[in-house]
Ligand binder design. Structure first.
Ligand code: SF4
Ligand code: SF4
Length: 262
């Protein structure tokens, strides 16, 4: 059995890690210490055991980053609810993000959950190659312009040399973040976290349905722009980002959502 955990002599055999392991990978032995054991499922490095241990006696072998104690909630429910309420899509920008800002955002969203804790999510930031990428999207979508007026508007915009600030797909945005994953949800969760984090940093942006449509219509051609991305991943979330030029001053009413209780 390949060991995935580091267990130190500080272990007091309390068994709290055993209880939270959904893989049945841990057991307290006669020596009153916890051990990794053979189980029907492999340890998927979720880290629940390390997070719950009162003695800090267990950790992921592969982890080399600093581990911090968790002490209460970092943000109140009221603050979070207010953030959700006042966050708005931003399409008008006065300047691009710096590489430091983008790196900070992408470093933060790597804590987003993934299916089976695969952590198989990769990102591309399109900046200098923005014009080339627009031309690729137009090539994919030019046979689909009858599906929606916006697609024809975009293809015409690209074919006419991309003049004018308002690109029908990116508006004034000229930087694009794309998330590649095994499943859509693995890309969508971190991208929305990125959106909220960006807002909290005074940045802004919006999720692009239209660019994703190009990936859906011709994933192979879309992925040909990203030969460095792992072959088993696909593009499932696209976000345009920048420094907002428009200031939103109040929240906006939303429809109630139907909720079915059964
Ligand atoms: S939670 Fe920590 S102290 Fe308790 S059994 Fe597991 S490793 Fe040992
Ligand atoms: S990392 Fe997760 S799956 Fe692995 S032993 Fe700890 S709790 Fe179990």
């Amino acid at each position: 059995m390949e060991e995935t955990l580091r267990i130190t002599d500080d272990c007091i055999g309390c068994g709290q890690c055993v209880k939270v392991c959904i893989r049945g990978h841990l057991a307290v032995g006669e020596d009153k210490k916890v051990h990794e054991i053979e189980s029907p499922y492999y340890c998927f490095r979720c880290g629940h055991c390390a997070s719950v241990c009162p003695k800090g006696a267990i950790s992921l072998l592969s982890a080399d980053e600093r581990i911090d104690p968790v002490d209460g909630m970092p943000v109140s429910a009221e603050s979070l609810a207010q953030l959700y309420r006042q966050r708005r899509s931003q399409r008008w920008f006065d300047r691009k993000c710096t590489k430091d800002e983008l790196e900070r955002l992408l470093a933060t969203v790597r804590y987003a959950p993934t299916a089976e804790n695969s952590q198989a999510v990769e990102y591309a930031v399109i900046d200098e190659k923005y014009p080339e990428f627009m031309r690729l999207l137009a090539d994919i979508l030019r046979t689909h312009t009858d599906e929606h007026a916006r697609l024809k508007q975009f293809v015409d915009y690209v074919d006419s040399g991309m003049e004018g600030k308002n690109n029908p797909f990116t508006w004034e945005g000229r930087q694009i973040v794309i998330a590649f994953a095994r499943f859509p949800i693995d890309a969508i969760i971190p991208m929305e976290q990125l959106d909220l984090m960006a807002y909290s940093m005074g940045l802004g942006g919006f999720h692009s349905r239209w660019m994703l449509l190009a990936a859906e219509h011709d994933q192979k051609k879309f992925m040909s722009f990203f030969p460095e991305i792992s072959k088993d991943l696909n593009a499932y979330a696209v976000y345009i980002i920048g420094h907002p030029r428009v200031k939103y001053r109040r929240t906006v009413a939303r429809d109630e959502r139907r909720i079915l209780w059964k």
